[in-house]
Design a protein. Structure first.
Length: 73
């Protein structure tokens, strides 16, 4: 099997569907955001809602910012 480098697909490609790698990439970010939410729930349950919300927004912003930058790269 010969090595072939990955190349970007054209957005104008007809009947374009997401590849399994693209779907896995998105799933990783879904899991990361879910983990942020779980930490927020634990912080609120322990009586630290302000700390939980501040931490949630910082981490959520970082994850959300990384997703489109990685997806279009």
């Amino acid at each position: 099997m010969a090595y072939s480098p990955m190349i970007a697909r054209s957005p104008d490609e007809g009947h374009r569907t997401a590849t399994p790698l693209e779907l896995f990439f998105d799933l990783c970010f879904v899991v990361a955001i879910a983990q942020c939410g779980a930490r927020l729930v634990h912080a609120v349950a322990e009586g630290h809602p302000l700390t939980g919300v501040i931490g949630y927004f910082f981490v959520f912003f970082g994850v959300w910012w990384a997703w489109p930058n990685g997806a279009t790269g």
